[in-house]
Design a protein around this ligand. Structure first.
Ligand code: UDP
Ligand code: MG
Length: 198
């Protein structure tokens, strides 16, 4: 059955400094002021390919390498991000308003970046959060970070294709305590027919 389509959607990423400083709860609380709905959420390690594609518009900027290193967690102990899709009326503008200006020193002090961001001595803007700035940017970014089935609404057109790939699955036995060590995993390879965005 087709899922309901909300009015507007935006990609939000809590960057590695936000996670390393245990700011996740504070940032989610600030975002909840928008009264928007979370339609997807996940933690992930950002690959170089994903980072470069996400920041492709900044490729020719002098700070490009620093921004890539930053989003990949190169400056922080928690080398991961939390990516989310927020949906609802005026989602892009509402999230940007609570996010604040790009430069954390110039961001209004009551915004997320004004409260929690900083500029490092190397000049990197550690501004704790990413938020899409337009409908077009949101579509490109959401399609880059999320698969259709990771989002609870049908935001964009999809098609179903047959793919043959390997996939990790849980074993049936209960894990012994010794085998419960948490190790970062790379993306699973999936063997199934899947929806892709068009
Ligand atoms: N950035 C930076 N220095 C700059 C401009 C941008 O370090 O002079 C980084 C910063 O982390 C910012 C990201 O690059 O969030 C993307 O830049 P953009 O201009 O898209 O700003 P945003 O949309 O994040 O406010
Ligand atoms: Mg931007």
């Amino acid at each position: 059955m087709a899922k309901e389509t909300p009015r507007e959607q935006t990609l939000v990423i809590i960057k590695p400094d936000g996670l390393s400083k245990s700011l996740t709860g504070n940032i989610l609380t600030r975002l909840s002021e928008t009264k928007l709905e979370i339609a997807a959420a996940k933690c992930l390690h950002v690959s170089r390919d994903l980072a470069e594609e996400h920041y492709t518009a900044l490729r020719h900027k002098p700070f490009f390498e620093e921004v890539i290193k930053y989003i990949m967690g190169g400056y922080h102990p928690r080398k991961k991000v939390m990516a989310m899709v927020y949906v609802g009326p005026d989602a892009i503008q509402k999230v940007r308003a609570v996010t604040g200006a790009t430069n954390p020193e110039e961001a209004d002090s009551v915004t997320i970046r004004g409260q929690y961001g900083r500029i490092t001595t190397k000049g990197v803007y550690e501004n704790v959060i990413h938020a899409s700035t337009s409908l077009e940017e949101a579509e490109r970014e959401i399609k880059l970070w999320f698969e259709p089935d990771e989002i609870i609404y049908d935001l964009y057109l999809t098609k179903t294709v047959e793919v043959t790939v390997k996939k990790r699955v849980w074993t049936s036995s209960v894990s012994s305590p010794a085998s419960k060590t948490v190790t970062p995993v790379s993306r699973p390879i999936i063997k199934k027919s899947k929806k892709i965005r068009t």
